[in-house]
Design a protein around this ligand. Structure first.
Ligand SMILES: [Ca+2]
Ligand SMILES: [Ca+2]
Ligand SMILES: [Ca+2]
Length: 486
């Protein structure tokens, strides 16, 4: 029995060894995938995002209808989703499509994931708390202060000097689109600051305002491609940092005390879901500009706290991303984007979207209160990561009506998205006008001023483009005097 057992053990060990060998081959294959030319979302990505040069379809390019179905994602830009028959070799089809003269690009419909991390504690000084709003949890919002030992965004000084949000110099609402898991729009500290489509009537199945979207009361759901609302803790947290109502004796204060938050769920799942969400944002801003503010929404920033790790955004594999950020940029929308929650050099390993070349992205890493990049892990890159913002131990609103303290680049980025809206609310008349006459130029000027006014940090010289942490008080000095000739 003993020897038999021993033999049995030997066989068992051999089997385990074979199993481990085969497992590590699979792991090698999948990590090669991450750094290689396909995708990091792996096996579940079988659909293709395609952009045609003109309004056409794959059938007219010679593909059989039974092998490929096509549905529009952004019709105006000729961007479609192709669902392939599983018998087809996706890589071979991709290669064929990319070589077709009628195709601008073709890429896989990659998976994207939210960028949230773990939890730890910090607080504002008593002086800072007494200078700030009356919200009971404000003392926990270290990210709104700035002292020699607490590297927040200097919001308290900005609020005291310049204002606390509200409309632009031409009396227009300022809108931030939260592309996330969804915002709880009924949350008591958010409800006053939720964007509402005034010309739409809820639930009647009619596109009352004729903007192309039925029952889009507060935004658009990229998952269901409908006006149906959706909320998540993550999205609600992001929204609170951008614009929880300030000084209302309730919970927390956002970077803006008074802003309009558009709820555009669509941050996880596939790229096509994200594109559906962005399309709504692009359409609303385009309509707003075309109708001189009568319709649509004055969106100045998106918040994008999600992505694909280790992906080369500027390769043909992810071409849709730069395309959509550039299209939104043309109508004056910057996109604040969270980088990976890992200590990786994005310049080297790549990232979607923070490795993307589009100049309309503002890419954000996560700093902790001592002014260093977060020890829970946060991407960096001297050419790809624009700046840091506080993302470690951030208290904000949460689903169910309360608050929660969490960490991640997801929590850093809404400080930047909120800042873009805040800075619009106090911008000089020339800058507000530029946002209407040359919105792309205005957006890039806004980005430049944010980048040039960061709180410099020695360690961030080689880790970010700007070399520091978002400082909205210093940025406010720039935007309030923009174009005034002094
Ligand atoms: Ca509508
Ligand atoms: Ca309706
Ligand atoms: Ca509040």
């Amino acid at each position: 029995m003993k020897s038999l057992l021993y033999v049995g053990e030997t066989i068992m060990k051999a089997m385990i060894a074979i199993a481990i060998l085969s497992l590590s081959c699979q792991v090698m294959a999948s990590s090669f995938d991450n750094f290689g030319q396909t995708n990091s979302g792996a096996a579940d990505v079988e659909d293709i995002i395609i952009k045609f040069k003109s309004n056409t379809d794959v059938q007219s390019l010679g593909y059989n209808r039974s092998l490929m179905t096509q549905s529009p994602i952004i019709q105006d830009l000729n961007i479609h989703l192709l669902r392939l028959n599983p018998l087809l070799n996706v890589q071979a089809i991709l290669t064929e499509l990319r070589n077709n003269p009628n195709v601008v690009y073709a890429q896989l419909d990659h998976k994207v994931t939210p960028r949230q991390g773990t939890i730890e504690p910090t607080a504002l000084s008593t002086e800072e708390v007494s200078a700030g709003p009356n919200d009971p949890n404000f003392s926990e919002q270290w990210s709104m202060g700035l002292t020699s030992s607490n590297f927040g965004i200097d919001a308290i000084n900005a609020w005291m000097t310049y204002g606390t949000g509200g409309k632009d110099a031409d009396n227009n609402d300022i809108v931030v689109a939260v592309v996330d898991g969804g915002v709880q729009i009924s949350h008591k500290d958010l409800v006053d600051n939720i964007w509402t489509n005034q010309a739409e009537i809820a639930g009647n199945g009619i596109d009352d305002d004729g903007n192309g979207y039925i029952d889009d009361m507060n935004g658009w759901n990229g998952y269901s491609n409908s006006g149906a609302q959706k909320s998540s803790g993550h999205g609600t947290h992001v929204a609170g940092t951008i614009g929880a109502k300030g000084d209302n004796q309730n919970q927390v204060a956002g970077v803006n005390w008074d802003v309009k938050i558009m709820n555009v769920p669509g941050s996880s799942g596939n790229t096509s879901v994200v594109l559906t969400a962005y399309k709504y944002i692009l359409d609303q801003k385009t309509l707003w500009l075309e109708t001189n503010g009568a319709k649509g929404a004055n969106i100045v920033s998106t918040n994008s706290s999600f992505g694909v790790d280790y992906a080369d955004c500027n390769s043909s594999n992810y071409a849709a991303w730069n395309d959509i950020y550039n299209e939104m940029g043309k109508v004056g929308i910057l996109s604040a984007a969270a980088t990976a929650n890992a200590n990786v050099n994005i310049d080297q390993v790549g990232d979607v979207p923070t490795g993307c070349d589009s100049p309309y992205l503002v890419t954000v890493t996560n700093n902790q209160s001592d002014g260093k990049r977060s020890r829970i892990g946060a991407g960096y890159g001297q050419t790809k990561i624009d700046l840091a913002a506080p993302g470690t131990n951030i208290i904000s609103t949460w689903t169910g009506g309360g608050t929660r303290t969490i960490s991640g680049t997801s929590m850093a980025t809404p400080h930047v998205a909120g800042a873009i809206a805040f800075l619009n609310s106090i911008a000089s008349k020339p800058l507000a006008d530029l946002y209407k006459t040359a919105p792309d130029v205005a957006a890039l000027e806004m980005k430049r001023m944010i980048m040039e006014t960061v709180t410099p940090r020695p360690s961030m010289k080689t880790e970010t483009v700007s070399g520091g942490i978002l400082n909205i008080n210093a940025a406010a000095a720039a935007v309030t005097t923009f174009g005034l000739g002094n």
